[in-house]
Design a protein around this ligand. Structure first.
Ligand code: RIB
Ligand code: CA
Length: 299
Protein backbone atom coordinates (compact mmCIF):
# COMPACT_ATOMS: atom_id res chain seq x y z
CA UNK A 1 0.00 0.00 0.00
CA UNK A 2 1.12 3.55 -0.75
CA UNK A 3 1.83 5.52 2.43
CA UNK A 4 0.12 8.91 2.22
CA UNK A 5 -0.50 12.01 4.31
CA UNK A 6 -3.25 14.43 3.30
CA UNK A 7 -3.01 18.16 3.97
CA UNK A 8 -6.44 19.70 3.54
CA UNK A 9 -8.89 22.57 4.09
CA UNK A 10 -12.28 20.77 4.10
CA UNK A 11 -14.12 22.06 2.10
CA UNK A 12 -16.76 20.18 0.15
CA UNK A 13 -14.45 18.73 -2.51
CA UNK A 14 -11.82 18.01 0.14
CA UNK A 15 -14.48 15.99 1.95
CA UNK A 16 -15.06 13.76 -1.08
CA UNK A 17 -11.29 13.38 -1.45
CA UNK A 18 -10.96 12.34 2.21
CA UNK A 19 -13.79 9.81 1.80
CA UNK A 20 -11.93 8.33 -1.18
CA UNK A 21 -8.65 8.07 0.72
CA UNK A 22 -10.30 6.60 3.82
CA UNK A 23 -12.07 4.00 1.66
CA UNK A 24 -9.17 3.14 -0.65
CA UNK A 25 -7.51 -0.25 0.06
CA UNK A 26 -4.43 0.77 -1.92
CA UNK A 27 -3.62 3.77 0.29
CA UNK A 28 -2.41 3.74 3.89
CA UNK A 29 -3.61 7.11 5.18
CA UNK A 30 -1.12 7.81 7.97
CA UNK A 31 -2.50 11.16 8.96
CA UNK A 32 -4.46 14.25 8.03
CA UNK A 33 -3.17 17.77 8.56
CA UNK A 34 -5.47 20.76 8.42
CA UNK A 35 -4.92 24.25 7.08
CA UNK A 36 -7.13 27.29 6.76
CA UNK A 37 -8.31 28.22 3.30
CA UNK A 38 -11.87 27.28 2.33
CA UNK A 39 -12.84 28.03 5.93
CA UNK A 40 -11.11 28.96 9.18
CA UNK A 41 -8.59 26.52 10.61
CA UNK A 42 -10.97 25.77 13.48
CA UNK A 43 -13.71 24.85 10.98
CA UNK A 44 -11.48 22.81 8.66
CA UNK A 45 -10.10 20.92 11.65
CA UNK A 46 -13.55 20.19 13.07
CA UNK A 47 -14.75 19.13 9.61
CA UNK A 48 -11.80 16.75 9.23
CA UNK A 49 -12.35 15.21 12.69
CA UNK A 50 -16.07 14.70 12.03
CA UNK A 51 -15.45 13.23 8.56
CA UNK A 52 -12.99 10.68 9.97
CA UNK A 53 -15.45 9.78 12.72
CA UNK A 54 -18.29 9.47 10.23
CA UNK A 55 -16.63 6.89 7.97
CA UNK A 56 -13.56 5.53 9.69
CA UNK A 57 -15.22 4.25 12.86
CA UNK A 58 -12.55 3.12 15.28
CA UNK A 59 -9.62 3.60 12.88
CA UNK A 60 -6.82 5.70 14.31
CA UNK A 61 -6.26 8.41 11.72
CA UNK A 62 -4.55 11.33 13.45
CA UNK A 63 -5.76 14.82 12.53
CA UNK A 64 -3.12 17.46 13.29
CA UNK A 65 -3.73 21.19 13.34
CA UNK A 66 -1.72 23.34 10.93
CA UNK A 67 -1.63 26.93 9.81
CA UNK A 68 -4.39 29.44 10.41
CA UNK A 69 -2.81 31.93 8.01
CA UNK A 70 -0.50 31.88 4.99
CA UNK A 71 3.19 32.74 5.08
CA UNK A 72 2.12 36.37 4.77
CA UNK A 73 -1.19 38.08 5.48
CA UNK A 74 -4.36 36.06 6.02
CA UNK A 75 -6.60 33.58 4.20
CA UNK A 76 -9.55 35.01 2.29
CA UNK A 77 -11.78 31.89 2.70
CA UNK A 78 -14.36 30.56 0.21
CA UNK A 79 -17.64 30.37 2.15
CA UNK A 80 -19.56 31.32 -0.99
CA UNK A 81 -18.47 28.00 -2.45
CA UNK A 82 -18.34 25.69 0.58
CA UNK A 83 -21.02 27.11 2.89
CA UNK A 84 -20.74 28.93 6.19
CA UNK A 85 -19.19 25.95 8.01
CA UNK A 86 -17.06 24.86 5.05
CA UNK A 87 -19.05 21.70 4.33
CA UNK A 88 -22.68 22.62 3.84
CA UNK A 89 -23.83 19.53 5.74
CA UNK A 90 -24.28 19.02 9.48
CA UNK A 91 -22.09 16.15 10.53
CA UNK A 92 -22.56 14.60 13.99
CA UNK A 93 -20.17 15.96 16.58
CA UNK A 94 -17.27 13.76 17.59
CA UNK A 95 -15.27 13.05 20.70
CA UNK A 96 -12.16 12.75 18.55
CA UNK A 97 -9.54 15.36 19.45
CA UNK A 98 -6.75 16.76 17.29
CA UNK A 99 -3.40 14.99 17.37
CA UNK A 100 -1.12 15.99 20.25
CA UNK A 101 1.49 17.41 17.83
CA UNK A 102 0.92 20.03 15.17
CA UNK A 103 0.76 19.50 11.40
CA UNK A 104 4.44 20.16 10.71
CA UNK A 105 5.51 17.71 13.41
CA UNK A 106 3.11 15.02 12.17
CA UNK A 107 4.26 15.37 8.55
CA UNK A 108 7.90 15.20 9.65
CA UNK A 109 7.27 12.30 12.02
CA UNK A 110 5.45 10.20 9.44
CA UNK A 111 7.92 11.07 6.67
CA UNK A 112 10.84 9.81 8.79
CA UNK A 113 9.02 6.76 10.12
CA UNK A 114 9.79 3.37 8.57
CA UNK A 115 9.07 1.77 6.22
CA UNK A 116 10.00 3.64 3.11
CA UNK A 117 8.92 6.84 1.39
CA UNK A 118 5.67 8.68 1.85
CA UNK A 119 3.52 10.77 -0.51
CA UNK A 120 1.96 14.01 0.66
CA UNK A 121 -1.33 14.89 -1.05
CA UNK A 122 -1.91 18.63 -0.66
CA UNK A 123 -5.49 19.80 -1.14
CA UNK A 124 -5.31 23.33 0.26
CA UNK A 125 -2.86 26.22 0.52
CA UNK A 126 0.68 24.83 0.79
CA UNK A 127 1.53 26.56 4.07
CA UNK A 128 1.96 23.39 6.17
CA UNK A 129 3.89 21.51 3.49
CA UNK A 130 6.33 24.37 2.96
CA UNK A 131 6.83 24.69 6.71
CA UNK A 132 7.55 20.95 7.04
CA UNK A 133 10.24 21.26 4.35
CA UNK A 134 11.71 24.53 5.62
CA UNK A 135 15.28 24.15 6.87
CA UNK A 136 15.05 20.37 6.74
CA UNK A 137 16.93 18.89 3.75
CA UNK A 138 16.26 15.43 5.25
CA UNK A 139 12.54 16.04 4.62
CA UNK A 140 13.17 16.65 0.91
CA UNK A 141 14.67 13.14 0.82
CA UNK A 142 12.09 11.43 3.04
CA UNK A 143 9.07 12.69 1.10
CA UNK A 144 8.92 10.69 -2.13
CA UNK A 145 6.38 12.92 -3.86
CA UNK A 146 3.92 15.73 -3.30
CA UNK A 147 0.66 15.61 -5.24
CA UNK A 148 -0.69 19.16 -5.28
CA UNK A 149 -4.22 20.19 -6.19
CA UNK A 150 -3.42 23.67 -7.37
CA UNK A 151 -2.44 26.00 -10.14
CA UNK A 152 -3.80 27.05 -13.51
CA UNK A 153 -1.01 26.74 -16.08
CA UNK A 154 -2.56 26.85 -19.56
CA UNK A 155 -6.07 27.89 -18.43
CA UNK A 156 -7.59 30.85 -16.55
CA UNK A 157 -7.70 30.87 -12.78
CA UNK A 158 -10.76 30.59 -10.51
CA UNK A 159 -9.92 33.38 -8.08
CA UNK A 160 -8.47 35.86 -10.57
CA UNK A 161 -8.00 35.47 -14.33
CA UNK A 162 -4.52 34.18 -13.54
CA UNK A 163 -4.65 32.30 -10.23
CA UNK A 164 -6.19 29.18 -8.73
CA UNK A 165 -7.36 29.44 -5.09
CA UNK A 166 -4.84 27.19 -3.25
CA UNK A 167 -1.85 28.87 -4.89
CA UNK A 168 -3.36 32.37 -4.65
CA UNK A 169 -3.93 31.98 -0.90
CA UNK A 170 -0.24 31.31 -0.22
CA UNK A 171 1.99 31.88 -3.28
CA UNK A 172 5.10 32.11 -1.10
CA UNK A 173 4.64 28.60 0.28
CA UNK A 174 3.75 27.28 -3.17
CA UNK A 175 7.00 28.70 -4.55
CA UNK A 176 8.97 27.05 -1.73
CA UNK A 177 7.36 23.66 -2.38
CA UNK A 178 7.90 23.82 -6.16
CA UNK A 179 11.54 24.81 -5.60
CA UNK A 180 12.19 22.24 -2.85
CA UNK A 181 13.44 19.57 -5.23
CA UNK A 182 10.79 17.11 -4.02
CA UNK A 183 9.03 15.64 -7.08
CA UNK A 184 5.70 17.45 -7.43
CA UNK A 185 2.67 16.38 -9.44
CA UNK A 186 0.61 19.49 -10.18
CA UNK A 187 -3.08 18.67 -10.58
CA UNK A 188 -4.43 22.06 -11.56
CA UNK A 189 -7.50 23.59 -13.14
CA UNK A 190 -6.04 22.46 -16.47
CA UNK A 191 -7.47 19.01 -15.63
CA UNK A 192 -9.86 19.57 -12.72
CA UNK A 193 -12.05 21.95 -14.72
CA UNK A 194 -12.60 19.06 -17.14
CA UNK A 195 -13.60 16.65 -14.33
CA UNK A 196 -16.97 17.24 -12.69
CA UNK A 197 -20.36 15.88 -11.71
CA UNK A 198 -23.46 17.54 -13.13
CA UNK A 199 -26.31 18.79 -10.96
CA UNK A 200 -28.87 16.85 -12.97
CA UNK A 201 -27.23 13.44 -12.59
CA UNK A 202 -28.16 13.46 -8.91
CA UNK A 203 -29.26 9.88 -8.25
CA UNK A 204 -26.23 8.61 -10.17
CA UNK A 205 -23.62 10.56 -8.24
CA UNK A 206 -22.89 7.82 -5.66
CA UNK A 207 -25.07 4.77 -6.05
CA UNK A 208 -24.74 2.81 -2.87
CA UNK A 209 -26.27 2.71 0.59
CA UNK A 210 -22.95 3.15 2.37
CA UNK A 211 -22.56 5.99 4.87
CA UNK A 212 -19.81 7.37 2.67
CA UNK A 213 -21.99 7.38 -0.46
CA UNK A 214 -24.91 8.96 1.33
CA UNK A 215 -22.68 11.68 2.75
CA UNK A 216 -21.22 12.30 -0.69
CA UNK A 217 -24.71 12.67 -2.13
CA UNK A 218 -25.71 15.09 0.65
CA UNK A 219 -22.61 17.21 0.07
CA UNK A 220 -23.32 17.51 -3.66
CA UNK A 221 -27.06 18.02 -3.22
CA UNK A 222 -26.57 20.77 -0.64
CA UNK A 223 -23.85 22.41 -2.70
CA UNK A 224 -26.10 22.60 -5.78
CA UNK A 225 -29.07 23.70 -3.68
CA UNK A 226 -27.04 26.56 -2.22
CA UNK A 227 -25.77 27.66 -5.63
CA UNK A 228 -28.66 27.65 -8.10
CA UNK A 229 -26.48 29.14 -10.82
CA UNK A 230 -23.92 26.33 -10.72
CA UNK A 231 -24.29 23.35 -13.06
CA UNK A 232 -21.05 21.44 -12.34
CA UNK A 233 -19.40 20.29 -9.11
CA UNK A 234 -15.70 20.29 -10.03
CA UNK A 235 -13.79 17.33 -8.60
CA UNK A 236 -10.66 19.35 -7.83
CA UNK A 237 -9.40 17.52 -4.73
CA UNK A 238 -10.89 14.12 -5.60
CA UNK A 239 -8.90 14.17 -8.86
CA UNK A 240 -5.67 14.78 -6.93
CA UNK A 241 -6.36 11.70 -4.78
CA UNK A 242 -7.35 9.71 -7.86
CA UNK A 243 -4.07 10.72 -9.52
CA UNK A 244 -2.13 9.54 -6.47
CA UNK A 245 -3.85 6.15 -6.82
CA UNK A 246 -3.75 5.90 -10.63
CA UNK A 247 -1.16 8.35 -12.04
CA UNK A 248 -1.97 7.13 -15.55
CA UNK A 249 -5.33 8.89 -15.33
CA UNK A 250 -3.50 12.07 -16.30
CA UNK A 251 -0.88 13.06 -18.85
CA UNK A 252 2.04 15.23 -17.80
CA UNK A 253 4.75 17.57 -19.00
CA UNK A 254 7.85 18.05 -16.88
CA UNK A 255 8.67 21.65 -15.92
CA UNK A 256 10.08 24.16 -13.56
CA UNK A 257 7.08 26.10 -12.19
CA UNK A 258 7.40 29.72 -11.09
CA UNK A 259 4.75 31.41 -8.93
CA UNK A 260 3.93 35.10 -9.19
CA UNK A 261 3.95 36.56 -5.70
CA UNK A 262 2.10 39.85 -5.86
CA UNK A 263 0.18 42.34 -7.95
CA UNK A 264 -2.58 41.39 -10.34
CA UNK A 265 -0.76 38.19 -11.29
CA UNK A 266 -0.42 37.01 -7.67
CA UNK A 267 -0.72 33.22 -7.55
CA UNK A 268 -0.17 32.72 -11.28
CA UNK A 269 1.74 29.49 -12.05
CA UNK A 270 4.13 29.72 -15.00
CA UNK A 271 5.64 26.51 -16.41
CA UNK A 272 9.01 26.40 -18.13
CA UNK A 273 8.73 23.02 -19.82
CA UNK A 274 11.62 20.67 -20.45
CA UNK A 275 13.04 19.23 -17.29
CA UNK A 276 12.44 20.21 -13.68
CA UNK A 277 10.91 18.76 -10.47
CA UNK A 278 7.25 19.38 -11.37
CA UNK A 279 5.14 17.20 -13.62
CA UNK A 280 2.30 19.43 -14.78
CA UNK A 281 -0.93 17.57 -15.58
CA UNK A 282 -2.39 18.66 -18.90
CA UNK A 283 -4.73 15.85 -19.93
CA UNK A 284 -7.19 13.63 -18.09
CA UNK A 285 -9.13 10.45 -18.85
CA UNK A 286 -12.36 12.01 -17.59
CA UNK A 287 -14.50 8.88 -17.74
CA UNK A 288 -12.00 6.79 -15.82
CA UNK A 289 -11.31 9.58 -13.32
CA UNK A 290 -15.00 10.07 -12.49
CA UNK A 291 -15.39 6.31 -12.17
CA UNK A 292 -12.50 6.14 -9.67
CA UNK A 293 -14.10 8.94 -7.63
CA UNK A 294 -17.54 7.32 -7.78
CA UNK A 295 -16.34 3.85 -6.84
CA UNK A 296 -14.25 5.00 -3.87
CA UNK A 297 -16.77 7.44 -2.41
CA UNK A 298 -19.44 4.76 -2.82
CA UNK A 299 -17.58 2.09 -0.85
O1 RIB B 1 -9.27 25.79 -6.56
C1 RIB B 1 -9.82 24.63 -5.99
C2 RIB B 1 -9.15 24.32 -4.69
O2 RIB B 1 -9.38 25.39 -3.76
C3 RIB B 1 -9.73 23.07 -4.01
O3 RIB B 1 -8.74 22.47 -3.23
C4 RIB B 1 -10.81 23.63 -3.14
O4 RIB B 1 -11.08 22.80 -2.01
C5 RIB B 1 -10.17 24.92 -2.68
O5 RIB B 1 -9.35 24.61 -1.56
CA1 CA C 1 -9.17 22.06 -0.86
Amino acid sequence: MRRVMIDTDPGTDDALALLMALNCPDLHLEGITTVGGNATLAQTTQNALRLVEYVAGERDVPVAIGADRPARGSFSYAYHVHGTDGLGVNLPSTARKPHRADAVELIRDRALAAPGPITVIALGPLTNVAAALDGRPDMAKAIAAIVVMGGAVEVPGNVTPHAEFNIYEDPWSAHAVFASGVPVTLVGLDVTHKTSMHRDSGPRWFESTSASAQLGNRILANSFQARSDVQEFYLHDPLAVAAAIEPELLTYRRAHVEVMMDGEERGRTVACYGDGPVQVAGGVDVGRAVEVVRSLVSK
